[in-house]
Ligand binder design. Structure first.
Ligand code: ZN
Length: 252
């Protein structure tokens, strides 16, 4: 039974991941997410069911359009696969609980904003505005393990830190990042959002340094910070208390 549910959740993640790709690319471009149906960006041929099977269509057509042979971005299958794996991770971590639902919605938001931020360097407002009320309702129904003020402070302080840094560094971080931390701080609570922010900075400097060394990016080239925040938030959401405990042991 567990294996069947795992498989179902994984496939659900793949399919939704495919939809998240569409949302992440169309919302910042102010296009409808239902119309028109997906088409190849090069030859405009409308895609058929067999072109839209998550991951497999990409592998079967070896990463190019079946009609005009132009390359398809590898971000699509990666987005789908990552969503599937993260959905599975939430299920393994939380089982079938209210918190699992919170986790799945959180993963959905983070996948969408990561794809948007990577492709157009923006965290779309409309996406955040859609998810925020959903999280408010979810947290009212499934309060999680923390007091209500922890969630409120998580939102206020998470957002405040980024606004402060952005003022001090004049645009090192954007308002999209601030609003993302506001929404996610409300979901994960005060301590986890602080841990998430520290993790994002650490991972960001490590990866950023590596990309500089390998000449993939140039100095002063603006890089999106949203994906690092997304990774930090997920690690902190899943393992935040273990991380704090390990850290305290280390310094104590
Ligand atoms: Zn094409």
């Amino acid at each position: 039974m567990t294996i069947l549910i795992s498989l179902y959740i994984f496939i659900l993640g793949l399919v939704l991941g495919s939809f998240f790709n569409v949302v992440a690319l169309r919302v910042p471009a102010k296009q409808s997410i239902v119309r028109p149906p997906s088409a190849c960006p090069s030859c405009q041929t409308q895609l058929k069911i067999r072109d839209l099977i998550p991951v497999f269509s990409y592998l079967l057509s070896r990463g190019s359009c079946r009609y005009c042979k132009s390359k398809v971005s590898i971000l699509y299958p990666i987005g789908e696969l990552v969503t599937g794996l993260l959905f599975l991770w939430v299920y393994v971590h939380e089982g079938i609980t209210g918190e699992a639902l919170v986790g799945l919605v959180l993963v959905s938001l983070l996948v969408i904003i990561t794809i948007s931020d990577l492709t157009v360097m923006r965290i779309p407002n409309q996406v955040l505005m859609f998810f925020f009320p959903v999280f408010v309702v979810l947290r009212l129904v499934f309060p999680g393990g923390q007091a209500w003020w922890s969630y409120v402070l998580g939102a206020v302080i998470g957002c405040g830190i980024v606004v402060m840094i952005s003022l001090l560094t004049r645009g090192g971080m954007g308002m999209g990042d601030a609003k993302l931390l506001l929404v996610c701080g409300f979901v994960v609570g005060l301590t986890p959002i602080l841990v998430a922010f520290v993790l994002a900075c650490l991972i960001g400097s490590l990866v950023g340094g590596l990309l500089l060394l390998l000449n993939i990016i140039k100095r002063k080239q603006p890089v999106p910070f949203g994906p690092y925040l997304a990774v930090g938030i997920l690690i902190s959401y899943g393992y935040g208390s273990d991380l704090i405990e390990a850290y305290l042991k280390l310094i104590g």
